[in-house]
Ligand binder design. Structure first.
Ligand SMILES: [Zn+2]
Ligand SMILES: [Zn+2]
Length: 418
């Protein structure tokens, strides 16, 4: 039986056909997907960096011409949204799926080293499947193609450019990412999947003096060293052993010559977590520790804290997970597995938050199967399997495009099928 959503509007809570029915539709669809390889090759061979994805956006717009969709372009830069309506009324559900399409600069050249070209190829393929199954669903499907994911602001820029007023409001948002894992393996997880993150610039002030006369200084380098040491005591002594928190010192700057004790030091910290409340607790402790060390040094000037580059936790809604996981289990069988949590971050969540709707984000394994199986047999997956942002992170095309395309179509059908 389908699960009822606990937080979604009524549109998504109506009764649904079984997961097996959706799996049967996916197994017998007649959509032509033969164009996918050529489309993927064009994107893969012409990777464009965040905010410069002009040619890629043009290729997506051309590909969308094969479907009966309403297309809006140039949202927040090169963002594109395609709306596919099918027997849509005010009582039918609206499901949004997002694919990103920017590339990275790695080892001296532009590369699709995060697999966003695959996400986009898959979302277009999912539209083709939905288009071929129109008698089996009713509602509105929104395909959102997002630029500038790697700079973490592409989703925000689309929202700031009026996205919410340009398209129908979705009842649910969906997204996926290729990851290390046996190619074609669909990895889902209830609750937190990807970490939240912050960067924090901490500036502490002392008193400058000649290096030969430390008694006339308040040495901020010494104070900074004490702070670096005590930071890990917050994680080690104040965070419970079964909770996850990482705080790393990215940069530490103090002084610029050999014989002067400087008057200030600057630390840039980076954090990762799956629980926003825990992050607030750690930040309160961080301020307490820094202020106490500054006071212990005898400095009277208050330290300064600047928080930036915030990334939200990707925290999957349980009811959406239950419904889509059912579809994935019926569709992929033993290749539908539980995802490991990842400490990397994503800007996807800004989209569902723009409408305050539930969401599911999942991973699809893309590691060439032979490479994966050999590394698994040797017990060397951690060292031998390329990860996202490495130049040799290249999905095995056929199993990955098949799984990402079916996963996209299946997740959408989980909400609009009749
Ligand atoms: Zn990336
Ligand atoms: Zn990515």
């Amino acid at each position: 039986m389908p699960q009822q959503l606990d937080t979604a509007p009524a549109n998504v809570s109506r009764s649904q056909p079984s997961a097996q029915h959706i799996a049967d539709l996916l197994a017998t669809h007649t959509a032509d997907l033969s164009w996918q390889q050529a489309f993927y090759d064009v994107l893969h061979e012409h990777p464009e960096l965040s905010h410069q994805e002009e040619r890629t956006a043009g290729a997506i717009q051309s590909a969308l011409q094969r479907f009966d969709v309403e297309v809006t372009t140039d949202i927040g830069g090169h963002g594109i949204v395609a709306v596919m309506r099918n027997e849509a009324t005010s009582n039918t559900p609206t499901a949004l799926m997002r694919a990103d399409f920017d590339a990275l600069f790695v080892d001296g050249k532009n590369l699709h080293a995060c697999g966003h070209d695959m996400h986009t190829t898959a979302l277009l393929g999912a539209l083709a499947i939905l288009d071929s199954l129109r008698e089996h669903w009713a509602g509105t499907v929104i395909a959102l193609f997002q630029p500038a994911e790697e700079s973490s602001i592409g989703a925000k820029l689309m929202i700031e450019d009026g996205l919410v007023d340009k398209i129908p409001a979705p009842d649910v948002c969906l997204g996926q990412h290729v990851m290390p894992g046996r190619a074609g393996e669909v990895q889902t997880r209830r609750g937190p999947l990807m970490a939240g993150c912050d960067s924090i610039k901490v500036t502490i002030f002392g008193k400058s003096a000649h290096a030969s006369m430390p008694h006339k200084s308040i040495d901020p380098t010494y104070t900074a060293a004490m702070i670096v040491t005590r930071l890990q005591a917050i994680v080690g002594r104040e965070v419970a052993p079964d909770e996850f928190f990482v705080i790393s010192v990215g940069t530490l700057r103090s002084g610029d010559t050999n014989n002067i004790i400087p008057d200030r030091a600057e630390l840039v910290l980076n954090t990762r977590y799956y629980d926003e409340e825990l992050a607030e607790r750690v930040y309160a402790a961080l301020k307490r520790v820094v202020q106490a060390e500054v006071q212990a040094s005898g400095s009277t000037k208050e330290p300064e804290f600047h928080f930036y580059a915030h990334g939200e936790v990707v925290d999957n809604n349980e009811a959406v997970f239950d419904r889509v996981r059912g579809t994935f289990d019926a569709t992929f069988g033993e290749h539908s597995v539980t995802a490991q949590r990842s400490t990397v971050s994503e800007d996807f969540t800004y989209l569902p938050k723009a409408w305050n709707v539930p969401y599911l984000f999942w991973f699809v394994g893309s590691t060439p199967r032979q490479l994966w199986d050999e590394a698994a047999a040797r017990g060397t997956i951690d060292t031998d399997v390329p990860v996202n942002h490495q130049a040799n992170f290249v999905p095995e095309y056929e199993p990955t495009v098949h799984a990402t395309t079916l996963a996209g179509a299946g997740a959408l059908l989980s909400f609009v099928a009749i």
